[in-house]
Each structure stands twice: as structure tokens, then as C-alpha cells.
Design a protein around this ligand. Structure first.
Ligand SMILES: [Zn+2]
Length: 280
């Protein structure tokens, strides 16, 4: 999941679980389930802090989801490489790699599924969130209104690094991975190897605008589900932004804007896609 998929998940959770009261929490008996709640010593310690509480608010900080509970606790969730929540009825069979079940008094449950177990969940007090070092370093969030293009421009100039790895640096921008960094650069008409301090102010504005627009569009289309189907929404439905991709995964296909074949280069071991004509 990149940022748009996490935001789709947050919105779904906001609509669907806020106001619901937790009846029971089942951290599954297999050992991998303990990896998901690795900041807790025991299953019961995690479960007890959720049981009986109502979820009051769902927030997002970068790629972290925060589920606020009544009485001052908050569940912090990161999906890692392959984690996600799924809503289900009690009668539905557990998907493979289900690690945590949160059952609601109102019926149904929220399931945390994660094949590769790089994701995690933990409970902390709201007033201790400030002490969590992973949340401290949350960078520019392209889906938040709080970041201005002046701030963005300053950071680009200061960093002086190549655009593709810079956009994927989570200390710089939250939640841009391989897919959206390629799409943003295409939308901005900029090549992956341009250095961030070489941009004209017009190019900076274009990059800023593209970043916001591409990610907002991706949220509107409910995220990108590639052929591996690694991402589906809270209700198990795939996203639709894969049909809107302009360059990612399209090597050899005609550019949607100029008909030139899309090209790709390896950057950090993974393909980076671009149009040789539209991007410079
Ligand atoms: Zn083109």
C-alpha cells in the first residue's frame, strides 16, 4: 500500500467502525500473530486494552492509521508490506494469514490480515503518541492541506538529490512508492534523474501540483490494485486506479499523451517507468 490506499482504508474505517464498541479481541494462536503485536509481551495485554471500548475516531499520520478509543488509548497500525484490514461477518471463514480479530458488539468483525508480517499493531496512550519515534519523522503529506509549495520548494533545494529516489524517501514525502512516484513525475513532465535543486520555480510548482492531483485522483479511484491483487479495500474490493496509470507497468506501450513508447530503467533494483518524450 502506498499513501492513497492507506487513505482509502482510513476513510472506510471512519465510516464503518467509528462508534462501534469492541466486544472481544482474538489474537490468533499462531506465532506470526505475535509478530504483529510485537510491542506487547502477551496477547492478553493487547486484547484487554481494547475490549469493551468504543472506537471514537480514525486518523492517519503518514502511512500509520490511528484508531482512537474512549478513555484515552489509541491503536496504532502500520500495514508494512502486505498488511490490511478486512471487515467480515462472524460466519465468514478466516482468510489465510489473519492475525487479529476485533469483534464488535454491533456485529461483525475487523480482521487484520498480513502474509508477510512486516506490519504491526500496538496500543498506547494518546498523550504518549509524541514519544513514538516512528510518528515523529512523518514528512510532507501530499493529501494534507498543511503543506505549502514554498515549504516544498525549500526542501527540494536543500536536498539536492535525484527526483525518483527523493520522492520515495519517506523522510521527505510520506507514502510514495514505486507506482505513484512514477505517475507523479510523468504528470509533472520531469525525468527521474533530474536533481531536485535544478528545478525552475515553474517546475517546482508543477511537481507540487502533480503530487497532490495524482494522489487525490488515486484516492478518488480507491487505490491501485495490480495483477497480484495485493491491495483490496476494507470490504475486499479492488481499487480502480490501475486503469488510470499513465506510465507505471506500461513499458513498450504508447504514451497516452504523445504515443511514444514508454521506457523503463532500473533504479534501486526496480523498474522505473517514464515517457522519453513528455519528461525531461
Ligand atoms: Zn509521452
Amino acid at each position: 500500500m502506498e499513501l492513497p490506499e492507506v487513505e482509502v482504508m482510513r476513510r472506510d474505517l471512519e465510516k464503518d467502525v467509528v462508534g462501534k464498541r469492541i466486544k472481544e479481541v482474538d489474537v490468533r494462536p499462531h506465532r506470526n500473530a505475535m509478530r504483529i503485536i510485537r510491542r506487547h509481551a502477551r496477547r492478553k495485554e493487547f486484547a484487554d486494552r481494547l475490549t469493551g471500548k468504543k472506537i471514537t475516531k480514525v486518523d492517519r499520520k503518514g502511512k500509520y492509521i490511528l484508531l482512537y478509543l474512549e478513555e484515552g488509548d489509541v491503536v496504532v497500525v502500520h500495514f508494512g508490506m502486505s498488511g490490511q484490514f478486512l471487515r467480515a461477518t462472524k460466519r465468514q471463514a478466516l482468510a489465510q494469514h489473519t492475525h487479529v480479530l476485533i469483534e464488535f458488539v454491533q456485529g461483525g468483525d475487523l480482521r487484520y490480515v498480513d502474509p508477510r508480517t512486516f506490519g504491526e499493531m500496538f496500543v498506547t496512550k494518546v498523550d504518549e503518541l509524541g514519544a513514538i519515534k516512528e510518528l515523529e519523522h512523518i514528512a510532507i503529506d501530499p493529501l494534507e492541506d498543511t503543506f505549502t509549495w514554498q515549504e516544498f520548494s525549500y526542501e527540494l533545494a536543500r536536498r539536492a538529490s535525484k527526483l525518483k529516489p527523493l520522492l520515495m524517501d519517506k523522510k521527505f514525502v510520506s507514502g510514495l512508492g514505486n507506482i505513484y512516484s512514477d505517475e507523479v513525475l510523468f504528470a509533472a513532465g520531469l525525468k527521474h534523474d533530474r536533481t531536485s535543486d535544478s528545478l525552475s520555480s515553474q517546475e517546482v510548482r508543477r511537481l507540487y501540483r502533480s503530487m497532490r492531483e495524482v494522489l487525490q485522483e488515486a484516492v478518488r479511484f480507491r487505490g491501485t490494485t495490480l495483477d497480484d491483487e495485493a491491495y483490496v479495500d476494507l470490504f475486499g474490493k479492488p481499487g480502480e486506479f490501475q486503469n488510470e496509470l499513465k506510465v507505471y507497468g506500461r513499458r513498450g506501450l504508447a504514451c497516452r499523451r504523445c504515443r511514444t513508447p514508454i521506457d523503463a530503467v532500473k533504479i534501486g533494483g526496480r523498474n522505473s517507468y517514464f515517457c522519453p518524450q513528455c519528461q525531461s
